[in-house]
Design a protein around this ligand. Structure first.
Ligand code: ZN
Length: 105
């Protein structure tokens, strides 16, 4: 296991997993992931074929690390908030929405 980038954490939109409840297309027959804000209505139909889909897991997972794959300027557009370590257990926001400072270990 590799550890996340040192001094950098990403608070992302929750990733929800969906799967077709009956027969679907290649996209939805297996599970597929959707980035959604938690306030958004859950998907009921496959965006590609319109087959009925259901959310597979209720507990959202969060993308952590791998921040280097996204340009900082794109972070906010993708709904990410980026923090950099600013001091002793304190992180300063560098992109996206959210509190300017958070503390954590
Ligand atoms: Zn489909």
């Amino acid at each position: 296991m590799s550890s996340p980038a040192r001094g950098l954490i990403i608070a992302a939109m929750p990733i929800y997993e969906y799967a077709a409840t009956a027969k679907g297309c290649d996209h939805c027959t297996g599970h597929f992931d959707v980035l959604q804000k938690s306030k958004e209505e859950p998907l009921t139909k496959c965006p590609r074929c319109g087959a009925e889909v259901a959310r597979v897991i209720s507990a959202p997972s969060f993308a952590m690390g791998n921040a280097h794959t996204l340009k900082e300027s794109n972070l906010e557009k993708h709904g990410f908030t980026q923090y950099r370590r600013a001091g002793n257990g304190v992180y300063e926001k560098t992109a996206g929405k959210g509190p300017k400072f958070i503390s954590g270990d």
